[in-house]
Design a protein. Structure first.
Length: 327
C-alpha cells in the first residue's frame, strides 16, 4: 500500500483538499474493478483535529494530526487561499513535518499556490517549481533561489512535484497516479473526471498585465509608452532616450525591474493584444498580426507559440467560439 497524506493547511482551498482524496480513493475502486488490490491508503492530516477553511465556512475533520503520522509515501500540499505570506505563517508547524518525512523517503507534491508553503521548506532550493501564473512575480521575489517553470503544468524534481494554476493540479494528480499504477488506470481516471491527461502548459491561460510592482519611475514611464504604442516600431534606443537614460543602464534597469528584457516585454505586450483580438473579434490572422505591429508571419507565429504554447490559429479556434473563420 502507498500511504498518501493530504495536508489540510489553514487557509487551504477546499477543492484542493477534496479532489486529491477523491482521485486516489476512486483509483482504488478502478483497481478493484480490474481485479487488482487497492493501492492507496489516503488520510487527511492537519495541525489540528478540525481545520476551518474560508473564514469558517467549511470545516475539515482530519484523520490524523501531524505528530500521529509515523510514515507516509506521498505528501500532497493543497493550494492556499488569500495572502500567501499570511497563509504560510499560519502553517509553520507543517514545515518541519514535511521536511522530516521527505528525509525519511516521502515524495512531496504541491498543488497550485501550495508551492509557497512547499518552497518555505527549503526543499526546492536550486530546483524548478510551477505555480499559478498570476503569482509568478511574488513567488520569484519570495523565493529567489527557486526557479519558476514559466508556463509549466507539472514539474518533477526527483520526487518533488508541483503543478500550475487552478485546475492544473488535476494533471499532476493524474501524473502521480500513472507513476504509481499504470497508464491504463490514469487514462480511466482522466475519462472519469473529464480531464485532458496530457495537457502540459498553462501559458494559454496566462494574462500579461506587465510587471509594475517596482519603484523605478523611468522604467514605469517606458512600460506605459510601450503599452500605448505597442503597434509601432519601437527601438531600445528610442525608449532609453525618452526617459533620458543611457541604453546600457536602461536595459539593465528594465530587466531588474520587470524580469524581462526590453524585447521580451515588447513581445509579451504585443501578444497579449493579439490574444484579446482573437478572443473577441472576427479578424483573421494577418489582420491581427498587422494590428499588433508584426509584418512577418513566421516571426509572429513563432513568438505567439513561444508565449502561449499554441499557434495563432489554435488559440483563436480554442477561445473564440462565436464565429466560423476562413483564412
Amino acid at each position: 500500500m502507498k500511504k498518501v497524506s493530504i495536508l489540510v493547511p489553514e487557509s487551504a482551498v477546499m477543492e484542493a483538499v477534496a479532489d486529491p482524496r477523491y482521485l486516489f480513493t476512486a483509483a482504488n475502486q478502478f483497481l478493484q474493478s480490474a481485479g487488482k488490490p487497492p493501492l492507496f491508503e489516503v488520510e487527511l492530516v492537519g495541525q489540528q483535529r478540525v481545520v476551518l477553511l474560508h473564514d469558517g465556512v467549511f470545516a475539515v475533520q482530519t484523520d490524523k494530526v501531524l505528530e500521529e503520522v509515523q510514515q507516509t509515501d506521498l505528501i500532497v500540499i493543497p493550494a492556499l487561499f488569500g495572502d500567501m505570506q499570511r497563509a504560510v505563517a499560519k502553517n509553520q508547524e507543517s514545515i518541519p513535518w514535511i521536511i522530516k518525512h521527505h528525509l525519511r523517503g516521502a515524495e512531496v507534491a504541491s498543488l497550485c499556490v501550495g508551492a509557497f508553503l512547499f518552497a518555505s521548506t527549503g526543499l526546492l532550493k536550486g530546483k524548478k517549481c510551477s505555480t499559478h501564473w498570476a503569482f509568478y512575480n511574488e513567488f520569484r521575489e519570495t523565493f529567489p533561489d527557486v526557479e519558476v517553470a514559466d508556463g509549466s503544468i507539472i514539474t518533477d524534481e526527483q520526487g518533488l512535484y508541483s503543478s500550475g494554476g487552478a485546475n492544473s493540479y488535476w494533471n499532476l494528480l493524474l501524473y502521480l497516479l500513472e507513476k504509481y499504477t499504470d497508464r491504463d488506470t490514469a487514462i480511466l481516471a482522466a475519462k472519469y473526471f473529464a480531464i485532458d491527461i496530457d495537457r502540459n502548459n498553462q501559458s494559454a491561460f496566462a494574462m500579461f498585465t506587465g510587471q509594475k510592482d517596482h519603484k523605478d519611475k523611468e522604467i514605469l514611464k517606458a512600460q506605459e509608452f510601450i503599452e500605448i504604442n505597442y503597434a509601432e516600431k519601437i527601438s531600445v534606443d528610442q525608449l532609453a532616450d525618452s526617459v533620458v537614460v543611457s541604453r546600457r543602464s536602461f536595459e539593465r534597469r528594465f530587466k531588474q525591474a520587470t524580469g524581462n528584457t526590453v524585447v521580451e516585454y515588447l513581445q509579451r505586450v504585443k501578444i497579449e493584444a493579439a490574444k484579446r483580438s482573437f478572443e473577441s473579434s472576427r479578424k483573421n490572422i494577418n489582420e491581427v498580426m498587422y494590428d499588433v505591429g508584426y509584418t512577418d508571419t513566421k516571426a509572429f507565429r513563432t513568438v505567439f507559440k513561444k508565449i502561449t504554447g499554441l499557434t495563432p490559429i489554435e488559440y483563436r479556434n480554442k477561445y473564440n467560439k462565436e464565429v466560423v473563420f476562413v483564412d
